[in-house]
Ligand binder design. Structure first.
Ligand code: Z5A
Length: 212
C-alpha cells in the first residue's frame, strides 16, 4: 500500500502578526493528534536557506536590488522544496511552514512592485508545482503589528521599510486570499493569542479527515 502524502500548511502575515506565537501552539496541537510534523521557515530551513536569510535580512545589504531580493527568496525556496519539504510530504509527514511563496507575491510583488506574472513563473519553476494545502493568513493593521514588533532590538533590512510598504504587503496578501478562498483561511490576528490559535485549529480540522 502506498503511503499517503502529508499535508502542507503555511503561515503568512505582516510583521508582528503573531506567526511564531501561533506556530508553537499549532505544533503542539498537531503532534498531540499523533501526526508526524516538520516545522520549517522561509527564508531558511536548510543550510543554504539560512545563509541566504542572513544576507537578505542584513541591514548592511541596503543596496540590494528588488530583483536580487526576489531571486534570493526563490533560491532559498528551491532548496527547501528539494531538500526537505517534498521528501517530508512524500514520507507522509505534515509540514508547518512559517511563510512560503505567497510571501514573495506580497513583499516582492505588491511591496516592491516586481511583476506578479514573473513571480508566478519563478514559483512554477522553483516549487515544482508544490502548493500549500492550507494557508493561514494572520491579518492585522500595520500599526498594531509594528508596535508589537518594536523593541525587539535592531530592525532587519526589510523591517526598516516605511508603513506604506507594509500597507501594500497587507493589501497583496488580502488580494491573494480573496483570489484563492479554498486554500486561504484569514484569521483576525488582533484577537488574543488563544483566540487566534482556536481559529487556526478550527481551520485545520478539515485536513485531518481519516488520517488522524
Ligand atoms: N520575506 C520576503 O520578503 N519574501 C519572502 O518570500 C519571504 C520572506 C519568505 C523574515 O520573515 C522577513 O522575510 C519578513 C518577510 C520577508 N520581513 N519582514 N518584515 P519572518 O517571518 O522571519 O519575520 P517577521 O515577519 O519579521 O516575523 P515577526 O515580526 O517575527 O512576526 P511574527 O512571528 O508574526 O510574530 P511573533 O514573534 O509571534 O509576535 C510578535 C510579538 O507580538 C511578540 O512579542 C508576541 O508575544 C506578540 N504577540 C503575538 N501574538 C499576539 C496576539 N495575538 N496578541 C498580542 N500580542 C501578540
Amino acid at each position: 500500500m502506498s503511503m499517503a502524502r502529508g499535508k502542507f500548511i503555511s503561515l503568512e502575515g505582516g510583521e508582528g502578526a503573531g506567526k511564531s506565537t501561533l506556530l508553537a501552539g499549532l505544533y503542539e496541537h498537531v503532534v498531540a493528534r499523533g501526526v508526524p510534523l516538520l516545522q520549517l521557515r522561509e527564508p531558511g530551513g536548510t543550510d543554504l536557506g539560512e545563509a541566504i536569510r542572513a544576507i537578505v535580512l542584513d541591514p548592511a545589504q541596503r543596496g540590494m536590488s528588488a530583483e536580487a531580493e526576489l531571486l534570493l527568496m526563490f533560491a532559498s525556496r528551491a532548496q527547501l522544496v528539494r531538500e526537505r519539504l517534498a521528501p517530508a510530504l512524500a514520507n507522509g509527514q505534515w509540514v508547518l511552514c512559517d511563510r512560503f511563496a505567497d510571501a514573495s507575491y506580497a513583499y516582492q510583488g505588491s511591496g516592491r512592485g516586481q511583476p506578479l506574472e514573473r513571480i508566478a513563473e519563478l514559483e512554477s519553476w522553483a516549487c515544482a508545482g508544490l502548493k500549500p494545502d492550507l494557508t493561514l493568513l494572520l491579518d492585522l493593521p500595520v500599526a498594531t503589528g509594528r508596535a508589537r514588533a518594536a523593541g525587539r532590538g535592531e530592525a532587519d533590512r526589510i523591517e526598516v521599510e516605511a508603513d506604506a510598504f507594509f500597507e501594500r504587503v497587507r493589501a497583496g496578501y488580502r488580494a491573494r486570499a480573496a483570489a484563492e478562498p479554498q486554500r486561504f483561511h484569514v484569521i483576525d490576528a488582533s484577537q488574543p493569542p488563544e483566540a487566534v490559535l482556536r481559529d487556526a485549529i478550527a481551520a485545520l480540522s478539515r485536513l485531518f479527515g481519516a488520517s488522524a
